[in-house]
Design a binder for this molecule. Structure first.
Ligand SMILES: Nc1ncnc2c1ncn2[C@@H]1O[C@H](COP(=O)(O)OP(=O)(O)OP(=O)(O)O)[C@@H](O)[C@H]1O
Ligand SMILES: [Mg+2]
Length: 276
């Protein structure tokens, strides 16, 4: 059988031409060429709020894939649909039509209980508004999802994260006794502590000073580079976005531009172009 050679740009290995091999094997080869199955994916995702004259189209048939072991940033003007996209993809909100997948799992096919388990076991979510439980301490908030799931918290990892996020001496305080930035760092620690497959962060550094922000971004970067996790964040900050491997830009509920490993100047120029 004739074999053609495909040389990958980043590796010198050769693989079989997919057209010469059976279907199942072919898809495995394509996966290895394309960087394997996506960690999360949206297909024709459409979300409308309200009805009739007051209807707002927040997502206008979005198709997007978030590759495994990649750090993606989502940018775009206020109201462009970033939070809605993230909520629909993380199973926190239902789309009007279209599908959202985590790995191979179609979220629209899950029963409530299955959705709860998937969110708990496979996803970490850092909310734009933190969503901390006011009656629990910072430490209890951080371990709450693991506690509910009956999972043991890795104590070393807990200490490492809370230490790096500058929370060690605030752990026994309740959210109302913490600054906005400290609450946000608690929300980050909560999403990170169980080492989920994918971490979604909606402006996870929106309330942080530059040191705390750099620490959160470094932890997210390490999650991708060393712990094989997948990270997707929404941000308005070009510096934060520059930690990402890929940036997608939303405007009026559509993806209008994409950049790969961009420099800050390029991000700022793209944002300026979209906002005008
Ligand atoms: N619950 C809701 N009911 C009605 N409209 C909504 C609702 N949530 C969001 N929207 C509208 O949907 C659109 C997209 O909102 P979304 O929160 O996704 O924007 P965003 O890009 O995250 O903005 P920001 O940068 O300000 O957080 C906006 O026009 C918003 O007003
Ligand atoms: Mg938002």
């Amino acid at each position: 059988m004739p074999r053609s050679k495909l040389t990958m740009p980043d590796q010198e290995s050769t693989v079989q031409d997919p057209s010469n091999i059976p279907a199942e094997q072919s898809s495995a080869v394509e996966d290895s060429i394309l960087g394997a199955e996506a960690a999360a994916r949206a297909v024709g995702l459409f979300k409308q709020y309200g009805q009739g004259d007051t209807a707002v189209t927040a997502l206008d048939h979005v198709d997007v894939e978030f590759a495994r072991h990649q750090f993606t940033a989502i940018m775009g003007p206020s109201g462009s649909g970033k939070s809605t996209l993230m909520h629909c993809m993380a199973g926190l909100d239902a789309s009007t039509s279209g599908s959202a997948f985590i790995g191979d799992t179609d979220l629209s096919q899950l029963k409530d209980k299955e959705m709860t388990s998937l969110r708990r076991d496979r996803l970490g979510f850092i909310f734009q508004s933190f969503n901390l439980v006011p009656t629990l301490t910072a430490a209890e908030n951080i371990t709450l999802p693991s506690d509910i799931a009956g999972q043991k918290v890795d104590q070393d990892w807990f200490e490492q994260i809370t230490n790096r996020l500058g929370l060690s001496n605030r752990l026994s305080h309740r959210p109302a006794e913490l600054s906005g930035g400290q609450q946000q760092r608690v929300a980050c620690a909560r999403a990170l502590v169980s080492r989920p497959e994918i971490i979604f962060g909606d402006e996870p550094t929106g309330n942080l000073d530059s040191n705390s922000s750099a620490e959160v971004l470094a932890i997210l970067r390490t999650a991708v580079d060393e712990d094989d996790q997948t990270v997707v964040i929404v941000t308005h900050d070009a510096r934060a976005a520059s930690y990402a491997d890929r940036i997608i830009f939303l405007a009026d509920g559509r993806i209008v531009k994409e950049l790969h490993s961009p420099a800050i100047d390029e991000i700022l120029a793209t944002m300026a172009g979209i906002e005008n």
